[in-house]
Design a binder for this molecule. Structure first.
Ligand code: SAH
Ligand code: SF4
Ligand code: F3S
Length: 461
């Protein structure tokens, strides 16, 4: 067999990163080798993101550049996979006539078949994969690939049932489906055995885990969950139970999860976080806005007060918790007052870190029907204000570690020689004096200095 090479570039969220590993796993099992540069590849795939216009434009631009390679190598296969593929199949073929293959997130398991079809029949025409029936996991072509390192992602659910008015994800990823707990536990046990120490559970809303399983079981919705909690909280397979099961039945050292939707984050979750030795002191809890008016317009399902209540309850149970968040500025109709309330909420919560996004209208979403009326300069100014504010807060939050000893999992070399880089259980980056001997080790580090986004320290004797 002629050995072929594949180059795959990933945009977007961690779910996409994980999907890319799945694709590489399937293709390497079929004899493909992974190319380090597009120029060396027989197949080039971009795994794309549609969450903001900027992300889409970057992928369109990149594929435009890559199309030039086909002038000299017409047999080269170009594919767009992931969220953009699902949304824009026609536009992609129109704007990028050199593209051979388009496959959305639910069609990734079809890729080996589609590529084989293209190669074997030397078919010159387009192969459309979008819209094919979901291939059940059991029929997934064999093959496993993981990026080397200390951490690994494990997908626990697909899709999203929420309807945040600005968000395209429910359209690209479809309805929520949770993976059976046994499958997840076995996957984590295998990863731990292979040496991975820091496992991140992935889903667009991990807190609604257990709502719907592939076989049709599950608690179905918030009411089903409440009913089962009253009947028998012990047997309810929801996200807190999943955390406890993984904690009890695997030897994972560090367990994290993302993303948590505040509406579905309850006391039961905070208790599980407190009780499970492996669960890290870190929670990413995207608030999006501090204004009740905007939270309603975004259809987030909680108020600023409800959000703040959850944060204080969590801090009672897990006092040293590190919090991070996502914030959207410039949502349609955002006034100075709405914006001020977001800034106030950030000061009140004191996040360890925050991602600030400028609102980007996504075609077909409810919010896109409203005028994108916050001027660009205003979005830019608000963005800057929040970045500066968060730097101050981050600096203050990180200073609490100065003089303390913390557990650090060393990932690898830092930028400067003689320095290694790792993370605390709270997900803070730490630069540690030392050499490659420390790589992939869990060490106790005395923190000597805190910058807004990085801690510095020495291995404690
Ligand atoms: N499921 C996750 C979010 C996934 S998208 C959650 O609910 O938290 C990641 C982040 O992108 C979101 O939290 C939001 O802050 C941002 N985002 C999503 N759609 C956006 C849009 N249209 N414009 C700007 N930012 C957006
Ligand atoms: Fe998008 Fe909301 Fe679903 Fe997150 S919860 S993916 S923001 S619709
Ligand atoms: Fe982007 Fe799709 Fe993830 S739109 S954020 S890659 S789910």
């Amino acid at each position: 067999m002629n050995s072929k090479t594949v180059f795959l570039q990933t945009y977007g969220c961690q779910m996409n990163e994980r999907d890319s590993e799945e694709v590489l796993g399937m293709l390497t099992a079929q004899g493909y080798e992974i190319a380090q540069a597009p120029e060396q590849a027989d197949v080039i795939l971009l795994n794309t993101c549609s969450v903001r216009e900027h992300a889409e434009e970057r992928a369109f631009g990149k594929m435009g550049e890559l199309s030039v390679l086909k002038r000299e190598r017409p047999e080269l296969v170009l594919g767009i996979i992931g969220c953009m593929a699902k949304l824009h199949q026609d536009a992609i073929f129109k704007r990028l006539p050199k593209v051979d293959l388009v496959a959305g997130p639910a069609e990734l398991y079809d890729l080996p078949y589609l590529l084989a079809e293209i190669h074997e029949k030397r078919q010159r025409g387009k192969v459309m994969a979008v819209g094919r029936a979901f291939r059940p996991l059991e029929q997934k072509p064999a093959g496993e690939y993981r990026r080397p390192g200390v951490g690994a992602f494990v997908t626990i659910m697909e899709g999203c049932d929420k309807s945040c008015t600005y968000c395209i994800v429910p359209k690209t990823r479809g309805q929520e489906v949770s993976r059976p707990a046994e499958e997840i536990i076995h996957e984590i046990a295998r990863l731990v055995e292979a040496g991975y120490q820091d496992i991140t559970l992935l889903g667009q809303n991990v807190n609604s885990y257990g709502k719907r399983f592939p076989d049709g079981t599950g608690y179905k919705g918030p009411l089903g969950r409440l009913r089962l909690l009253e009947e028998d909280p012990e047997t309810l397979l929801d996200f807190p139970t999943l955390l406890r099961l993984i904690d009890r039945r695997t030897n994972v050292k560090r367990l994290r999860f993302t993303t948590s939707h505040p509406f579905d984050a309850h006391e039961r979750l905070f208790e599980a976080m407190r009780d499970c030795r492996s669960v890290c002191d870190w929670l990413h809890l995207p608030v999006q806005s501090g204004s009740n008016r905007l939270l309603r317009a975004m259809r987030r399902g909680y108020t600023r007060e409800a959000y703040l209540d959850k944060v204080s309850r969590l801090r009672e149970l897990v006092p040293d918790i590190s919090l991070s968040t996502d914030i959207i500025i410039g949502f349609p109709g955002e006034t100075d007052d709405d914006f001020e309330q977001t800034a106030r909420l950030m000061r009140e919560v004191e996040y360890d870190s925050a991602f600030i996004f400028k609102y980007s209208p996504r075609p077909g979403t409810d919010a896109a029907a409203r005028e994108d009326d916050v001027p660009r300069e205003v979005k830019e100014a608000r963005n800057q204000t929040l970045l500066t504010l968060q730097d101050e807060i981050s600096q203050k939050r990180l200073q609490r570690f100065e003089g303390r000893e913390v557990e650090v999992l060393i990932e690898g070399q830092a930028k400067r020689p003689g320095q290694m880089f790792g993370r605390t259980r709270g997900n803070h980056g730490v630069v540690v004096t030392g050499d490659a001997e420390l790589a992939e080790r869990l060490v106790t580090v005395r923190i000597t200095r805190a910058l807004p986004h990085t801690l510095f320290g020495e291995v404690a004797a």
